[in-house]
Structure formats: C-alpha cells, structure tokens
Design a binder for this molecule. Structure first.
Ligand SMILES: *Cc1c(COP(=O)(O)O)cnc(C)c1O
Length: 373
C-alpha cells in the first residue's frame, strides 16, 4: 500500500530555515522587527497594495479590520453560508450577527444577488470569501457595496495567487485578509496579514494591533484605546519572508496540480471542479471535485473510498448555518447540498505525479458510474 497521501503540507526549503535561524539567533533587541518589516514589504509588493500588517492569524486580521470599521453590537454582516468558521467568529465576537446567504453553484462563492437582497439598515459589511482559490464576482459585489455605501471585505485566506481582471484577490475590497496557517499555499506555521489601500483604516488597525497604542504616542505604556494582541513574531515572519521569495513557484505548483486534476477528471460526466472564468486566474489553493446529483456519488462514498486507499479525505465545508450555534438556513440550497457530493483533493507542493494519478484512478476507475474521459 502507498504511504498516506496528505491533502496538504507545507514546502519549506533551506532558504526559510536559514532566515528562521537567523531570526532566532540575531533577531532580538532593536532587530526584533526586521523580518516582519521585510515580510510586509514583500507582501505589499506582491499584492499591489499600499499597506500591510502581519498578524498572528487571518482570524485576528479580520477581527481587527471589522472592529476598525466600527462593526459592533446589533450590526449585521453578510457572508456566504459555505465557509470556514474563522470568517464568522470575529463578527460574533464583536456582537454583530453573521447573515448567511447562498453560494453560486459553479464558483461556490457568495451569490451577489442574494447578498444584495439580504441588505438591511443594520448591514455594516459584506464579506467576499474566495473559496478554495475561486474568485467571487468582485465587480458586482463592489457595485452593490458602492450603491448601499457598505464596505466589501475580502477574506483572501484561500486565494493567494488568484487574480480578478488584473487585480489580486485581497487587493480590491475595503480591506483584505490572508492566512498563513500550515495548510495554506504560503505558510508561517500560524499567521496572517491585514492589507488595505485606505490610509485611515491602516492607521486604526495599526493602533489596534499594538494594544491600542498609536504610532505617534510618545508616552510609554500609554494606549489610546483598548486594542488587540494579534502580532506575528519575527521568527514566523522570517519563514514568511523566505516563502515570499518563492511565492511564484508555490502558486505555480498549486495551479499545475489543479490543471492536472482538471485535465483528467473534468471530462468525466457529471463532474465539476474549481472554475477559472475568462479574465481570471485561480490560485488553486484547494482542488475540489463536485459530483452532479444525477451521478449518485456521495461524500460518504468518497470518504470511505479515500480512507481505504490511504488518501486524506477532506470534506467540503459544511454550511455554517447547519452548526448548532447558528440559525438553520436550509433555503441556502447550494450551500447545503454541494457538500453532500464533494471532496477536496490532495495538492501539496511535493506531491508526485504517481500520487496524483493514483488519486485520479481511484475516482475514475473505482467509482464506475461515469463515462470515462
Ligand atoms: C484558513 C482560513 C481562515 C483562518 O485563518 P487563520 O489564519 O487560521 O485564522 C479564514 N478564512 C478562510 C476562508 C480560511 O480558509
């Protein structure tokens, strides 16, 4: 039997190890921010944004950004029902209510029409989550945001490398957030980034991120407001800085893996995968296969197949409104139905051709329900 085929694991080279070692050895005292500054600078350049703040997580970046926008008690924030809880948690922590709307059947991202329909006088933001690297319809979301004067936030945790009509995911909204968790395309172990082009918002989040101490405050230990502590360490940033120098190859490999899967699986009847519409580039964080209802293929079938073949079986996100702490919203039919007939496919940087073919064969041969490619 093959050794376990993981769905994801990081690609760490001597470069990252060297930087991390240097940070551990020398990055103290007045050098304790060196790698953080370098990482933020490299990230800004890559994304094409004016401001970036490295954080301990994407969740933290979202929490501070939402707090800086003044989201609070009784407010509403609209987001897709299909999502990881990390996007909803900060909304709840701020005393606001996440309003879950359905996803589009092909991109698995928020349906702009339903987002617009969900707007009330209490709506304080719309969050566009670029699921699995697939892009939200940003033109429509930004137009809705403009019409109702509601900021559009981009949670680009899964979308480094994704480009929408020349603009990188995370650079188009009021602010963007990224995650560098160990499963993501670029990793620092744990970590995140807050990005924006808005000078005032940047200043507020910078203050919030430093326990409420404003940059200009000369008085020691003198916070101007109650802030947060979501900082990235210099050692993590050293790894991130190394990863940034390899960012093109990290993204290219993800795209190559998705393409290979698409070339061999998308031609099967009743199968769809991460789309890449005209004018966009999919960063391909998580290759995902969705079976049409007519195929009869179920998540449970896929899980037991993968498990028996020693392949990680990572399920499509459950609808957040199906979790016990939220109100059920079964009207979000795509969010509730698609996960029942989908699975994420292994896609780590070092995965070899043999493993990729093995996964493809498992799906196309062992589930003998579809016409072959
Ligand atoms: C991974 C992820 C997050 C959370 O990132 P952390 O760094 O773990 O806080 C948030 N949103 C989405 C869409 C994610 O995939």
């Amino acid at each position: 039997m093959n050794s376990r085929i993981y769905y994801t694991k990081p690609s760490i080279t001597e470069l990252e190890v060297e930087y991390a070692t240097d940070a551990a050895r020398n990055g103290w005292g007045d050098r304790c921010y060196e790698y953080i500054d370098r990482f933020e600078e490299a990230f800004k350049n890559h994304l094409g944004v004016k401001y970036a703040i490295a954080t301990s997580s994407c969740t933290g970046a979202l929490h501070m950004g939402m707090a800086a926008l003044g989201i609070g008690l009784g407010d509403e924030v609209i987001l897709a029902d299909t999502n990881w809880i990390a996007t909803a948690a900060p909304i709840v922590h701020l005393g606001a209510k996440p309003v879950f709307v359905d996803i589009l059947p092909d991109s698995w991202c928020i349906d702009p029409e339903l987002a617009e329909a969900a707007i009330t006088p209490k709506t304080k933001a719309i969050v566009a989550v670029h699921l699995y690297g697939n892009l939200c319809e940003m033109d429509r979301l930004l137009a809705i945001g403009k019409k109702y004067e509601i900021p559009v936030i981009e949670d680009a945790a899964e979308a480094i490398g994704s480009i929408y009509h020349g603009k990188r995911a995370g650079s188009m909204g009021k602010f963007g957030s990224f995650s560098f968790h160990g499963t993501k395309t670029l990793t620092t172990g744990e970590g995140g980034m807050f990005v924006t082009n808005d000078a005032d918002l940047y200043e507020t989040v910078l203050t919030l991120s430093n326990h409420g101490r404003a940059r200009g405050q000369k008085k020691q230990f003198w916070p101007n407001m109650v802030g947060f502590k979501y900082k990235m360490s210099n050692i993590q940033a050293a790894i991130g800085y190394g990863q940034m120098q390899r960012i093109d190859e990290l993204i290219d490999r993800k795209r190559e893996i998705l393409k290979f899967y698409k070339d061999h699986l998308e031609c099967l009847e009743g199968v769809s995968m991460n789309p890449e519409p005209e004018g966009t580039i999919n960063g391909a964080w998580m290759p995902t296969i969705v079976f049409d209802k007519q195929t009869g293929v179920t998540r449970e079938q896929l899980q037991s197949l993968f498990t028996s073949e020693n392949i990680d079986a990572r399920v499509f996100f459950h609808p957040l409104s199906s979790l016990s702490m939220f109100e059920k919203k079964e009207v979000n039919i795509n969010s509730w139905n698609i996960p029942l007939r989908s699975i994420n496919l292994p896609s780590y940087y070092d995965i070899n051709q043999q493993y990729l073919s093995f996964v493809i064969d498992c799906i196309s041969k062992k589930l003998e329900i579809m016409s072959k490619c």
